[in-house]
Design a binder for this molecule. Structure first.
Ligand code: GDP
Ligand code: IMO
Ligand code: MG
Length: 432
């Protein structure tokens, strides 16, 4: 994807998360100099396989597993310092000794404090049957504080006296909120301050103005890959609200989330699975009945990389990806997990929706409509052959090629990459 003049590339999830972004970013990171996360936090779980080793990255960009690549945690993220240190220590123990030297953290990034996780839990409990099924990582509460202009940022760790006041105020707000929610969880302000300060030196040593760093890199003609977390349908504006995460996950947020400008982005690659999954509650139009869903779940090993929850599964929803194409301005698609469909007698594609006899032209915003509309399916023959060894489009069975062609046609976006397994070499670059 770093062809010609492409220097700034966004890789964005174009369904409900877990599309295989980690695998695709890892493959593309070989040609990048910088890999940056622009939103989200430890709610993400990006799986990368290197040889026989598997890594699940939550806050660190998936480029870290290549020697010499530099990784950025952008201002758009909500950072959990303890989690970040655990992740770094784990990488260093597994042979990536210089990982910490290659990490650049935005001094403008927001901190996730232990109170945010308590609030996440209490908010979910108070919703009862309407719970979102969050990852419990404090994401919503941390972004709430950011937008309310009371958040604590990485750079604030450099001024302990002011930080003490900020933390005391945050503890007081959390106490009141927990009480309102009817929770008996307790907040210890002193402990909160000590815990926050305990990681301060280490985090500050990694922190900088990452926008300035990345802009200088682009001016030197270096390549910057902006790695999205979650997916388009979990975007707080464009997703299946309110069953979404609390950030803009889409490509428009990429530049803002690292301190670059929109004109620094030259291309946008949308990652999609060859079928659909979702973890957590909320509408999933092409969801299969449990018996069939379970078959796809087992074939695709669809269990959450962050929480281990079983993922809900369904057929590929071309209407969703067509929508994601517009919202993200997708240049091309990367289709992952094609191999999971190997051997099915028939594959189906959602091509649009119907509600009360009428066809819907655009992906609806309204929750009631989202829950009531019915997908319209098209069936295609499956392929009774393995795709795992395919390295060129011509190696794929004819029925698999027809399926991919139909995806490109229905979504209006060209397919650039096809992933046929977890290994680095299990990738087809259509233009190679
Ligand atoms: P992400 O959050 O978008 O990075 O995706 P996850 O890592 O949460 O989930 C994707 C899962 O599918 C991981 O277990 C990957 O190892 C796996 N995976 C990625 N690409 C492929 C592929 O082409 N084929 C198969 N079989 N598995 C894949
Ligand atoms: P990656 O980057 C899949 C889902 C949660 C829940 C909703 C809100 O691995 O694709 P949150 O904790 O963010 O407040 O939860 O969003 N969710 C994800 N689903 N992949 C993710 O990340 C997700 N991050 C959050 O399950 O439904
Ligand atoms: Mg994931």
């Amino acid at each position: 994807m770093f062809d010609g003049d492409v220097r700034g590339l966004v890789v964005v999830g174009s369904q409900w998360g877990d599309e295989g972004k980690g695998k695709i970013v890892d493959v593309l990171a070989r040609d990048a100099d910088w890999i940056a996360r622009y939103q989200g936090g430890a709610n993400a779980g990006h799986t990368v396989r290197v040889g026989e080793d598997e890594f699940i990255l939550h806050q660190i960009p998936s480029g870290i597993l290549y020697a010499g690549k530099r990784c950025v945690l952008g201002n758009g993220m909500v950072l959990d310092p303890a989690g970040l240190f655990d992740e770094l220590d784990g990488l260093m123990e597994r042979g990536y000794e210089d990982a910490e030297e290659r990490i650049y953290v935005s001094s403008r990034a927001q901190l996730v404090l232990p109170i945010h996780k308590l609030l996440d839990r209490a908010e979910e409990e108070s919703r009862g049957a309407d719970r979102i099924g969050t990852t419990g990582r404090g994401i919503g509460a941390a972004y709430t504080d950011k937008v309310a202009r009371v958040g604590i940022r990485v750079g604030d760790l450099a001024a302990p006296d002011r930080l003490k006041e900020q933390i005391d105020a945050a503890a007081e707000r959390a106490r009141k909120r927990l009480q309102l929610l009817g929770s008996d969880l307790e907040v210890d302000g002193e402990r909160l301050f000590d815990e926050t300060m305990s990681g301060a030196e280490r985090l500050l040593a990694m922190s900088t103005d990452v926008g300035a760093v990345l802009k200088r890199a682009l001016d030197r003609d270096e390549r910057v890959l902006l790695e999205g977390a979650q997916g388009t349908m979990l975007d707080v504006d464009h997703g299946t609200y309110p069953y979404v995460t609390s950030s803009n996950t889409t490509a428009g947020a990429a530049a803002t989330g690292v301190g670059l400008g929109p004109t620094d982005v030259d291309a946008v690659l949308g990652v999609v699975k060859a079928y659909t999954t979702r973890v957590g509650a909320g509408p999933l139009p092409t969801e299969l009945p449990e018996e069939e869903a379970a078959r796809l779940r087992e074939l695709g090993a669809e269990y959450g990389a962050t929480t281990g929850r079983p993922r809900r599964t369904g057929w590929f929803d071309a209407a969703v990806v067509r929508y994601a194409g517009r919202i993200n301005g997708l240049t091309a698609l990367a289709v992952s997990k094609l191999d999971v469909l190997d051997g099915l007698p028939e594959v189906k594609l959602g091509v649009g929706y119907r509600l009360g006899g009428e066809r819907l032209d655009e992906f609806p915003a309204d929750l009631t409509t989202l829950c009531e509309m019915e997908p319209i399916y098209e069936a295609m023959p499956g392929w009774q052959a393995s795709t795992a060894e395919a390295r060129r489009v011509a190696d794929l069975p004819a029925a698999a090629r027809a399926y991919l062609d139909r995806i490109a046609e229905l979504t209006g976006r060209p397919i650039r990459y096809i992933s046929v397994g977890t290994r680095r070499k299990q990738i087809i670059d259509v233009e190679a």
